[in-house]
Write a protein that binds this ligand. Sequence first.
Ligand code: NYM
Ligand code: MG
Length: 227
Amino acid sequence: MTTPPTPRGALIAIEGLDRAGKSTQCDLLLNRLISSGIPAKLQKFPDRSTPIGHMINSYLTSTSNLDDQAIHLLFSANRWEAKDSILSTLNSGTTILLDRYIYSGIVFSAAKPPVPVENPKPLSVSWCKAPDVGLPRPDIIIFLNISQEDAEKRAGFGDERYEKKEMQEKVRKLFEELRGEDSNDKEDWWVVNAGGTVEEVAEEVWRGVLEALKRVKEGNGEVRSIE
Ligand code: NYM
Ligand code: MG
């Protein structure tokens, strides 16, 4: 008698602006999955623990300066270096929660103000997406949507690069564009109102997770790729 193959894990991306509550929700979700008997693992991007991650960390904490294109490609390389481990983890039946993924990669780079000499125009969304084409595509992108007002009520920004009001406003707009315009991926987005209590948000996030698990069950077992 042969045992049926283990169904693959789901690939679930959690996205949102800074202070939307992503890390809190990822921790709660990880516990809930595991206590429901669903093997799961968290993968945070940027992963600051690798050599590429160290370079990203010094850029974000402003101990180093990098060209806008170069840092963009490092964020993408930081995902590529995790690709094999993501795929083998999923194929062994473990679900992965991504705390940020290519979508943060696209919008944060495209939101940067142009530098007149080096970049007379902002980096375009299509340029920013290109290096991520071919990476594993999430079964769902759970977007923690927080209003400007609610975001402002939360504790102040940290002092990392990008944690400034003007930048966050551009990021918000670009996330909206990405969710609306990218008709190819439209069905992938699961927008959650992140303005509620931690428990309320966790409930809506959980419904997104159930949807992702259903998609995996109904799919052909293959992990799709970013197109
Ligand atoms: N960020 C994150 C990017 O600019 N590009 C990327 O590809 C990713 C994954 O890094 N402000 C930005 C968004 C955040 C910053 O993330 C650090 P975190 O989640 O605070 O460690
Ligand atoms: Mg941060």
